[in-house]
Design a protein around this ligand. Structure first.
Ligand SMILES: NC(=O)c1ccc[n+]([C@@H]2O[C@H](COP(=O)([O-])OP(=O)(O)OC[C@H]3O[C@@H](n4cnc5c(N)ncnc54)[C@H](OP(=O)(O)O)[C@@H]3O)[C@@H](O)[C@H]2O)c1
Length: 268
């Protein structure tokens, strides 16, 4: 029987690559996005519906998910919508911080809560939440972004226990760098004079050469597909070479030793 996937933030990057991959594998794909009127690529594909969904709009989200679960039997929900808020904490205003938390964390919590009764009634279903390597380890200028992604990791682990007896699975994908609009169009941030040297140091790791080594959205989408079909009882999928290097280092050295090493790089 044809399976159905629902994806948030499918207008670009990882969300769009995931929509295209699942559609190409024969899944019925519901690609949700804030501005479906601008979408020209996904709308041409068969077995794919483009829907309007801003994950920070609670009323729209509840209404959309109600309609989706009345019309379709959804098997997988990919909570992908999110963006980076980058900068020293002091440089960020309350509106920026709130929007980041509302999108990356509250958006996932609300979408998950709205789909849970549907999965409970089916006695099956899977949530795949896109976290980040910076949801498993901290990094300077990423404090609020990391706060949302660490929270998502804990949310997912707790929920995986809570939903297991109902036949519902929860998995996370923790990518390192991906070549998407994340570091361009989607990024929010502010500068502060007191952190000029620190920001310059952090930026060195994001030069053109480093970015060219990031995973492609298609590579990370393949890991999402694998997580969806591998029947493994696995919670976290560390995605990309950079993320695996950092995560393995954390496991081998221990979190405290890795923390001390990284801290030396950013102490002037
Ligand atoms: N790229 C990386 O290096 C990287 C690394 C680790 C994790 N991630 C995570 O991967 C996910 C996808 O990011 P990406 O790399 O594919 O970046 P991207 O190309 O910028 O895509 C982000 C998507 O999220 C959507 N979005 C933002 N706010 C939204 C909202 N309120 N409601 C619905 N959709 C919203 C954007 O929609 P619009 O088109 O409307 O703006 C866009 O479709 C994010 O959760 C991100 O944190 C990315």
């Amino acid at each position: 029987m044809q399976k159905t996937i629902f994806i948030t933030g499918a207008s670009s990057g990882l969300g769009k690559a995931t929509a295209k991959l699942f559609q190409s594998k024969g899944w019925y794909t519901i690609a949700s996005m804030r501005n479906p009127e601008n979408e020209t690529e996904l709308t041409k594909l068969e077995n794919l519906t483009v829907l309007k969904l801003d994950v920070t709009d609670k009323a729209q989200m509840e209404d959309t998910i109600k309609k989706v679960t009345q019309e379709y039997s959804v098997d997988i929900v990919v909570n992908n919508a999110g963006y980076g808020l980058i900068g020293a904490l002091e440089a960020l205003n309350d509106e920026q911080i709130t929007r980041q938390i509302n999108t990356n964390l509250m958006g996932v919590i609300r979408v998950t809560k709205a789909f849970t009764p549907h999965f409970r009634e089916k006695k099956s279903g899977m949530f795949i939440n896109i976290t980040s390597m910076f949801g498993l380890m901290g990094y300077p200028t990423c404090s609020v972004y990391s706060a949302t992604k660490f929270a998502l990791d804990g949310f997912s682990e707790s929920l995986a226990y809570e939903l297991a007896h109902l036949g519902i699975a929860v998995k996370t994908i923790a990518p390192g760098g991906i070549q998407t609009d994340f570091a361009g169009r989607s990024m929010d941030g502010s500068l502060h004079d007191a952190y000029k040297n620190l920001v310059e140091k952090v930026s060195e790791g994001y030069n053109a050469e480093s970015i060219s080594r990031f995973a492609t959205a298609d590579q990370i989408a393949s890991i999402i597909f694998e997580a969806a079909i591998d029947n493994k009882d696995q919670l976290r999928y560390i995605a990309g070479n950079d993320a695996n290097t950092l995560y393995n280092e954390r496991l081998q050295l221990g979190a405290e030793a890795q923390y001390r090493n990284l801290k030396k790089m950013f102490t002037f």
